[in-house]
Design a protein around this ligand. Sequence first.
Ligand SMILES: [Zn+2]
Length: 312
Amino acid sequence: MPTPQGAVTVSIRAASLNHLDVWLVSGAQRVEPPRVLAADGAGVVAESGDSSWRPGDEVVIYPVACCWRCEQCRAGRQVFCPQFGILGEHTDGTACEFFQVPAQNLYRRPEGLTWDEAAAFPLTFLTAWRMIVTRARLQPGETMLVVGAGAGVAAAAIAIGRQLGARVLATSRSQAKRERVLELGAEAAFDSSGFSKPVREASQGGVDVVFEHVGPATLDESIRSIRKGGRIVFCGSTSGVRAEVNMPRLFFGQADLLGSTMGNAGEFEQVLEAIGRGLRPIVDSTFALDEATSALERLERAEQFGKVVLRP
Ligand SMILES: [Zn+2]
């Protein structure tokens, strides 16, 4: 397919899956088939319709679909674009050999990252970065609890929290994953059931920030885990869409509930700078593109720790 003006064709070297892809395949998240999966990708420019990129340039892809022309996009608030979406969900994705994308979606591949790592960080690190830095404004020395720490976005949160100089606590249902998060720099990891009591003890009365993506199954315990004036920031609700909230705990606790999805291009640039300072994604496993079904099964069974990568 010829490359249109303003677009770039990237020869994909690695793509990575997110839990979103499992929902797309299962039909839990409805899209009109056929659809190429995956939001995350890195590769080499094959053909360019824009003067800012040349064939041979090594790039990573900002995983947001947006118009790049509206007032919000031009002001750097891509998450508020009326056409905001995620690559692989609202458009075809990166799990392919050649991927065409607007030139503005491309950034130079960070030095020091393998192709697998370059494809592993975009969606989860962008999402976690906006949640922690922009929305919850986590400060050095503060304590953050990361709930459901086995998920890709949660592993990113632990790495970002540690780099920002925060204390990080975590929860997971899996003993093996609780051990892994300690290796990532979490100070302590608790079982997912009834975690607020040990969390309050470990944080001398409650954490400053809870990083949430689980929702109804953990929200009450998350609210019990914050100190007065604490913040709960969430990007998802994997355990269901409706939750019951104990209102007095929120208002007597002066609590902030903060929603967040993906991130702006400027936040993606901040992630790239943090990678320059040593921030690294975790690659769980690598599959050939034609083994994508096995890769998705690994995600569906929640066996992974870190990102599942596909190689064309
Ligand atoms: Zn726009």
